[in-house]
Design a protein around this ligand. Structure first.
Ligand SMILES: [Zn+2]
Length: 373
């Protein structure tokens, strides 16, 4: 499994194949829409079939196609994974698979460079999540990016050895108890300091903390204001937790953050549509906005597809044919104009948001767009 980060995406974007075709494939493996392994395997088979039909020659990419089919055919570990981004160029020795915690729209692109815009937008939207786990003497810090661990640090500060073992009658008990409390308070400050260092060094947008209940309040109070404004919640974990548990908790927090972000954006879209301002809803209006290059962000309900039209002369997309609304030429009928709209949006460097089970977007016609102007 490859860890995804800004660096790996930049590296991917800079990949040169020496003229050989590069296959980029995004595959929806979301358990809610693709219930069984056969479902996403069939989805890939469909993408490969369509690509073969589209391409003049498939000789150059057959090895890449085979690789994709073999990888997906072997089954995907889908714990916390909702999408896959795969890049292959057998001729130039490129093979990279990124499991994604966000839904993607399945698509396959053959070009001379990897198609990373979808990945890039996702990374920017999603942000990094730091998880800070603290008890009385240990601190562990994790940094996640798109559900993958990218950094971790640890801090242990020993408490006096006899702590908790002496009886209350002991002469030195009170003094030692006070001393221990001081050490714990100091440890919490150090823990908060370590998190601040991580923020300065690596940067992150979100923070979740976990600590025994009696320490939680003091830990939160010790956080730098920059950390407190990034605090998205607590996890029920302590520093002794296994990495799998930490990752699972991080994915839950990330999913929650993403739901809130999506709800905020769709709410904004709804307001803009209602005010007849910088937002449109419904296939017809969205396609018109795409033709005018006015779309800033595109929202599509997962699984939404609709037949439509594409102009062979100017490339315009429309839901009603046959005369092209842009140039007047005859358009050709296509099976799925939504698919083409997503592709067109990505070509225009528009952020594309695939929404799963968002009732508000469904009411708006399962597709909508925020506009530049
Ligand atoms: Zn046209």
């Amino acid at each position: 499994m490859t860890v995804i980060s800004q660096d790996t995406i930049r590296e991917l974007a800079g990949f040169t194949s020496g003229g050989a075709p590069v296959v980029s494939c995004y595959l929806d493996v979301d358990g809610r829409s693709q219930v069984r392994a056969q479902d996403y395997q069939a989805e890939l088979a469909r993408l490969l079939r369509e690509a073969k039909r589209r391409l003049d020659t498939t000789d150059d990419v057959q090895a890449d196609f085979d690789k994709l089919a073999a990888h997906v055919g072997a089954g995907i570990d889908r714990s916390g994974v909702r999408g896959l981004a795969m890049f292959s160029c057998a001729a130039a020795d490129l093979w990279a698979v990124y499991p994604l915690p966000l839904p993607v729209r399945s698509r396959l692109v053959v070009n001379d460079v990897p198609a990373v815009s979808q990945l890039e937008a996702m990374l920017q939207d999603y942000g990094r999540l730091a998880v800070l786990l603290v008890d009385r003497q240990r601190t562990r810090l994790f940094l996640f990016e798109l559900g993958q661990l990218v950094e971790r640090t640890e801090l242990v500060e020993e408490l006096p050895r006899h702590y908790d073992s002496r009886g209350h009658g002991d002469a030195g008990y009170e003094r030692e108890q006070h001393h221990t409390d001081e050490l714990v308070a100091q440890h919490l400050r150090h823990a908060a300091g370590a998190a601040f260092e991580l923020l300065q060094e690596h940067g992150f947008e979100h923070l979740a903390i976990g600590a025994p209940a009696q320490l939680l309040h003091d830990l939160e109070a010790a956080l730098h204001p920059y950390l407190r404004e990034r605090l998205r919640g607590t996890v029920h974990l302590e520093p002794s937790a296994g990495l799998d548990d930490v990752r699972r908790a991080a994915l839950e927090v990330e999913a929650e953050i993403d739901r809130a972000r999506e709800a905020g954006l769709i709410g904004h879209l709804r307001d803009q549509v209602a005010a007849d301002a910088k937002g449109v809803a419904g296939l017809d209006a969205v396609l018109a906005a795409l033709r005018d290059h006015r779309v800033e962000r595109l929202f599509v309900s997962a699984g939404f597809g609709e037949a439509g039209w594409r102009c062979g002369a100017c490339g315009a997309l429309a839901s009603v044919g046959r005369g092209c609304p842009a140039c007047g030429e005859d358009m050709a009928h296509i099976d799925d104009v939504v698919e083409e709209a997503v592709e067109e949006a990505l070509v225009q460097h528009v952020r594309v948001e695939i929404c799963v089970g968002n009732a508000d977007l469904d009411v708006l016609g399962r597709i909508g767009a925020l506009l530049r102007y």
